[in-house]
Design a protein around this ligand. Sequence first.
Ligand code: PEP
Length: 482
Amino acid sequence: MPARPRRKPLVVGNWKMNLNHREAAQWMIDYSGMNDAWEGRMAASGQPLDRPEIGILPPFTSLQSFIDTLGERGMGKQLAVGAQTVSDIASGAYTGDISADMLSTLGCKYVLVGHSEQRRYHPEDDDTFATKMRVVLDNGMQPILCIGETRAGREHGIGIDYALRQLAEAVSQMDCEDMKRVIVAYEPVWSIGTGNVPDLNVIESALADIRDFINAAFGADIAAAVRILYGGSVKPENAMSIIRLNDIDGFLVGGASLDPCSFAKICHRTAEASVTRHQRPASRGFKRSGRMSIAEFKKPDIPESRRVLAADVAREFPDTHSWRLSLALAAYRTAGFSWLEVRAVQDLIEAVDAAGSAIEEDPDMLRDIIWDSRRQIIEAMIALIERDAVQGVYSVNQWLVESDPRLTHDERCERLVQAYASSTCRRAYHYMSHGDIDYDVFCTYFLEGYLSCDANTDNRRWRRRGIDRYKSRPWFPSQQDE
Ligand code: PEP
């Protein structure tokens, strides 16, 4: 069996929007205390010390002071620093944004690209992430590209394929030299911050598929060089069993990195496992021999029949009437929407608009048909939010605004609150405050959402309040209580 390639293990702590610069300094003191004690124990027991590379991604406002403290404490060689995101643009009138040049001048080594929270809460798409990868590399830093499927994707059987397509999109403009410097973090979205970790064999097979992809697209040398991290509810208790898997090179740690003691333990487990790691044989070769083009991976996995149907409907307009469009949408719905189909639905919307401007006779009737069709599309898109299957959620409000002027602002807000209430997005509250939505109504939606879906979501607080409010009502069924 071939020897396992040596890749330096890497553990990265992502602090998200936590720890101000004072707390960051205290974190450092506590972490270095833990680390010194561990290194002392290792030295006393005569065990070899194979330190992993360690990176911390503080919020922007703590970057400079954290870097200064590292220097003052002589820990600059032990810990590197990175940023949680970056602008895809070099400079200019972009209030609030931070450029790659600013980060590299500060001394950042890594930049996270495409973290699922960025994908969810910011209107950015794969093209933007690909550009961000480019600017990070061009400024001498290493992108840590986050990929991973959502819960809905997984339930629809779109697991690792979803992640591979995100990877394919992000690296499609790269050559081998670029790719060598990329770090990939496989983070199933449903595992982040939830305490739910996939089975070890699921993680192992996902990591193998990612390395397979790199092999097929860039060749075996690059596949052997790229580091792949796992992220999603990593804790000191599960770190050891995960780090022993094939193909893994370390962790991206969120919640547990806020506690210096937990984070230090995860680093130590990684170090302990890595001493023997490269001595073990690599257990497998690549699944795909031969190279594949990245485009192969980007092919949407919508069954041909459904793609053809959508394309037909779009092509046949203007002869197609709204019932045909409904048919197409019904087919999409029954088969289960995925993010991939959002694009196809967008095509349909464009086709509807094109038809609207092409036909001049009987404009009133046509306008009704078009609005009808658009409403159905919007309903379908909202159904997507409700099932938590779409990430570009900002555009839905935009569509509501643009597509049907007959909807009042409050009606729009109400639809969106209703939709978000049963998803895991946090934006429902935002729409409540923007629309004239009664708090009682708001809580009712959350209560309904809570009762109809997984309770372990970001909206738990609002659902809890909804429940508390309605529990006291005589009609509230007691068995529904948590
Ligand atoms: C993350 O945010 O990248 C992450 C992995 O978070 P957590 O460890 O809290 O699941």
